[in-house]
Design a protein around this ligand. Structure first.
Ligand SMILES: Nc1ncnc2c1ncn2[C@@H]1O[C@H](COP(=O)(O)OP(=O)(O)O)[C@@H](O)[C@H]1O
Ligand SMILES: O=C(O)[C@H](O)[C@@H](O)[C@H](O)[C@H](O)COP(=O)(O)O
Length: 137
């Protein structure tokens, strides 16, 4: 990625499984909940994470989809590039959007949150939405 080469499906499977296994281990160790951050761009990647809920009755998987348009995210990645030496440069944003399969209404475990506001606005909107979903369960 630092050379501007997007990852492939094959590059990503093990990573997604590792994330799922780490999260399940946290819960098995007594954690009440666990948040992992991950791009999970395609539906079949999200399905890898979903498996945690299918394999254990007491594990509930929910996705918070941090949603914004390409122009805004390009601007943020450019700003990151100018201020840090992060490996992921702005030339990756286009391929990320090409790979993205936006969750549709059939993915009922997805909570979309608009991230075009400030960090505080995003944090508070995400918390409100997640708390609302937990209350409904
Ligand atoms: N709401 C926001 N307002 C301004 N900048 C943001 C906001 N959310 C994220 N950023 C910045 O955008 C960049 C990419 O965000 P990040 O969450 O790290 O994305 P990813 O992990 O998907 O690459 C980071 O530099 C981050 O600080
Ligand atoms: O293509 C992918 O599978 C993902 O985009 C993944 O590679 C990750 O999101 C980037 O590495 C960004 O890393 P940061 O979260 O550090 O920006």
């Amino acid at each position: 990625m630092s050379n501007g080469i997007p990852l492939t499906d094959d590059d990503r499977w093990d990573w997604l499984e590792t994330l799922r296994e780490k999260a399940v281990k946290e819960l098995e160790g007594g954690a009440q909940g666990c948040v992992v951050t991950c791009s999970a761009l395609k539906r079949r990647y999200r399905d890898v994470i979903r498996k945690a809920g299918q394999e254990a009755d007491d594990v509930v998987v929910r996705f918070v989809y941090l949603r914004a348009n390409e122009a805004l995210l390009l601007q943020r990645v450019r700003h990151r590039q100018a201020t840090t030496n992060h490996f992921m440069k702005d030339d990756m944003v286009k391929s990320q959007f090409r790979a993205l399969e936006e969750p549709d209404l059939t993915e009922t475990d997805v909570i979309p949150v608009d991230v075009s506001g400030t960090l505080q606005q995003v944090q508070s909107a995400a918390l409100d939405r997640v708390k609302g979903v937990i209350r409904e369960q």
